[in-house]
Design a protein around this ligand. Structure first.
Ligand code: HEM
Length: 439
């Protein structure tokens, strides 16, 4: 794809009914606030990034913040062999969204990670597969009803997929407490929006204590989340685990699946190839663990979507001690930002076609997909690597297989607008309106 120019950004926002969707739209012409970035400003961001090189620093209030785009350095930080890097502390607003493992440091983190690891082992994942396919069966059944006699139906698949991934986490994590988990997910969706409104309107320490309508609602949500007693686990434990999993696992997989359906609508030839593979391996039967582990085309597609529309767009770490990275010596307390989304789109690493959807680039494996060095970090890496990555891939594959078995889909020519924006994860700002056709 050619570099984004003022006119291409302007025309890319509304994709329209024509075959223009066959090319991959520019990425992302949007400001984190959700407002469309005027094309000249987006161009400016690109210029600053290319002029500044792969490592540059800015101030985050009084804290120096260094952007690191060199995959070699990113790997060094994530591997943390020196032990000199740590997790950046969450702001009070961030902590209100998610605590638990993701917010712990040092010994407490290591202990909790050890306790949680076994829950994500292959044998445990195999046991979760029936819950994945039951939830997906509900989703597909619902869509079959909507499609009805007409044979096709148009809907925004994003909230549908959010409900699906919420159901999966609720069932997998809470079993019979599933309804309680579900309510907390609904509250978390509202809480995320309120907190990001607060962050975007300028974060002033202490402001969250003022009795504004937004702050009052945040408090009311917290009261409702922590208010009920639950046998077995303490209420607070249920709530904190649920909030973490909502944050870490529900939203990420739902946007992954949403972008996958969008991209497969833009590239019907890959949709056909994926369906052929699924039907060849499973027919119309429920996917099983071994079959899912051996899918090739579906895996290539998911990797390429994770590269182009990486759900977690950046990772932050902090220097604990004086440490040399590349040619630069950093003092303790420097915030290191690893902008995964930019690394995944860097033409120096991925070639001139970096912005194009080309799942075949992963055909020889992740290590050979980019030039010279590994530059694919959707799940982070090293000791902090996402604990749920296999869970996420198994869930996404199950859902994609069951959807492809029953439906073909295309973008709604009248309602779909391609507008990736950042609101914690990379989300479709105007939804993902697709037309489903029953096969
Ligand atoms: C496509 C889906 C997902 C993506 C892209 C993703 C990505 C990530 C990333 C980038 C991190 C940060 C690691 C770091 O701090 O360096 C992370 C951490 C984490 N993720 Fe995921 N994640 C996904 C799905 C899931 C799922 C399904 C779960 C749980 C069921 C999960 C649970 C966690 C937890 C608990 C952490 C914290 C790990 C720790 O601090 O030790 N994630 N994830």
């Amino acid at each position: 794809m050619a570099p984004l120019t003022a006119s291409s950004a302007a025309t890319s926002r509304r994709t329209g009914a024509s075959g223009a969707l066959q090319t991959h739209p520019p990425f992302p012409p949007h400001h984190p606030s959700g407002r469309a970035v005027p094309p000249h400003r987006y161009e400016r961001i690109r210029q600053v990034l290319s002029a500044a090189g792969k490592t540059f620093f800015t101030w985050f209030g009084p804290v120096p913040r260094v952007m690191i785009m060199d995959p070699e350095l990113v790997r060094e930080i994530l591997s943390n062999k020196s032990g000199h890097f740590g997790r950046a502390s969450l702001s009070p607003l961030g902590r209100a969204l998610a605590s638990g493992l993701i917010s712990y440091h040092g010994g407490k983190w290591a202990k909790h990670r050890r306790i949680l690891n076994p829950a994500f082992h292959v044998e445990k994942l195999k046991q979760m597969l029936p819950a994945f396919s039951a939830c997906c069966g509900d989703l597909v059944g619902r869509w079959e009803n909507l499609v009805g006699q007409e044979g096709s139906y148009e809907l925004d698949v994003w909230p549908e997929l959010q409900n699906f991934t919420g159901d999966v986490i609720s069932r997998a994590a809470f079993g019979s407490s599933y309804e309680k988990g579900r309510r907390i997910f609904q509250l978390q969706v509202e809480l995320t929006q309120l907190i990001f409104q607060a962050i975007q309107s300028g974060y002033i320490p202490g402001y969250r204590f003022l009795p504004t309508p937004q702050n009052n609602r945040i408090k009311a949500i917290n009261r409702e989340e922590h208010g009920n007693k639950n046998a077995g686990m303490t209420s607070d434990e249920v709530v904190e685990e649920c909030k973490l999993f909502y944050f870490a696992g529900q939203e990420t997989v739902s946007v992954l699946l949403t972008w996958t359906m969008v991209v497969l609508s833009m590239h019907p030839e890959w949709q056909v190839r994926a369906r052929e593979e699924v039907l060849q391996v499973f027919g119309k039967n429920k996917p099983d663990f071994d079959g899912l582990s051996h899918l090739k085309i579906v895996t290539l597609i998911l990797y390429e979507v994770l590269r182009l529309y990486t759900p977690a767009i950046l990772i932050q770490k902090i220097t604990y001690k004086t440490v040399k990275l590349g040619n630069i010596v950093y003092p303790p307390g420097v915030l290191l930002v690893l902008p995964i989304v930019f690394i995944h789109h860097d033409p120096d690493l991925w070639g001139k076609d970096a912005s194009e959807f080309k799942p075949e680039r992963f055909a020889q494996g992740i290590t050979k997909a980019s030039k010279d060095q590994v530059a694919f970090f959707p799940f982070s890496g090293g000791p902090w690597v996402c604990i749920g990555q296999n869970f996420a891939l198994l869930e996404a594959k199950t859902a994609l297989c069951m959807i492809l078995q029953q439906f073909s889909f295309e973008l709604s020519p009248s309602s779909y607008t391609h507008a990736p924006r950042i609101l914690v994860t990379l989300q479709p700002q105007h939804g993902a309106q697709l037309r489903l056709h029953k096969l």
